[in-house]
Design a protein around this ligand. Structure first.
Ligand SMILES: Nc1nc2c(ncn2[C@@H]2O[C@H](COP(=O)(O)OP(=O)(O)OP(=O)(O)O)[C@@H](O)[C@H]2O)c(=O)[nH]1
Ligand SMILES: [Mg+2]
Length: 287
């Protein structure tokens, strides 16, 4: 299970940080993509250091999987004087058409300067940053309406930088996902694991699914009880999160020899169903 003591910093994270610092001077703006289901846990605490205070916009992506009320609150919280935050979804297309006008508005003084110098029609350049698997490459494909970058449902697909031209006056730089060396709180690591930003192969599925049970019973008990036929959540107040996972497996008939519940299969199922929003539209960082 991820915890403060575990270092999530494989070699390519160091390479990605170098890639950011080497290329940041060539861009006008940073598009920081957060996962709308974990707007706090998916925010890189190092980002300001790495991006040298470039203008930025924040996208809360995968918004169709997140709790709409929470997305609204997080957007308001992240929209400040120098920062605009919009919810987006690369599957439904929500918010995608707002990106270009917002970027041009933030950079309007720069655009005016270019115009005064006779450099009209200069394409703006944006670096797309965010944690692994958050949808950086998907966003670029959606904007350029073409499958220019490789997309897969696992973290660590994009391994190098890639410039992609678009028809909206914006060149986009796809980048590998970035995590940071140490999480300040266990919750951050757990949320990143639950949503799929950390390779499942290095995780303990039952531990992570138990963390998900903890969040769901606390914040979305009705969704949890409805999906897994649990009745009233209060009946389980004496049960640990792992015991609750066992009950879910029992109700689903995930049994092995001797009538024992396969908590491993149950864990994988619960994480899959959460990631596909089958339990409901859920946000794990509650505001
Ligand atoms: N539901 C939903 N799925 C999305 C969205 N954006 C991306 N995905 C899915 O998330 C997975 C990862 O997408 P990618 O675009 O490869 O993510 P990435 O940030 O480029 O990932 P890395 O290159 O590994 O860092 C794919 O299965 C996408 O289809 C979204 O807005 N909504
Ligand atoms: Mg990618």
């Amino acid at each position: 299970m991820p915890s403060q003591s575990i270092q999530w910093f494989p070699g390519h994270m160091a390479k990605t940080r170098r890639l950011i610092s080497d290329n940041i001077k060539n861009v006008d703006i940073v598009i920081e993509i957060l996962d709308a289901r974990i707007p706090r846990s998916s925010r890189n605490p190092e980002i300001h250091m790495l991006t040298a205070q470039k203008p930025s916009i924040i996208l809360l992506n995968k918004s169709s999987l997140a709790d709409p009320e929470q997305t609204k609150r997080w957007c308001e919280a992240y929209t400040e004087k120098d920062c605009v935050c919009i919810p987006t979804d690369c599957i439904t297309g929500e918010g995608i058409s707002k990106i270009s006008p917002v970027v041009k508005d933030i950079l309007k003084e720069r655009l005016e300067r270019y115009e005064q110098k006779g450099m009209t029609g200069r394409t703006l350049k944006a670096m797309v940053l965010g944690i692994p698997n958050v949808g950086k490459s998907s966003l670029i494909n959606k904007i350029c309406k073409n499958k220019k970058t490789k997309v897969e449902d696992r973290p660590g697909v994009t391994l190098n930088k890639q410039w992609v031209g678009t028809s909206i006056g914006l060149d986009l730089l796809d980048m590998p996902g970035i995590l940071w060396p140490k999480f300040d709180e266990c919750i951050v690591g757990e949320n990143l694991a639950i949503t799929g930003a950390i390779r499942d192969q290095i995780l303990d599925a039952e531990g992570i699914a138990s963390c998900l049970c903890a969040r769901l019973r606390k914040y979305y008990p009705r969704f949890l009880c409805e999906r897994y036929k649990l009745g009233d959540i209060l009946e389980y107040s004496e049960y640990s999160d792992f015991e609750l996972l066992e009950i879910i497996g029992k109700n689903r008939g995930f049994l092995i020899a001797g009538g024992v519940v396969s908590t491993e299969r149950t864990a994988v199922m619960l994480l899959d169903e959460f990631r596909a929003a089958k339990i409901g539209r859920i946000t794990l960082d509650i505001r």
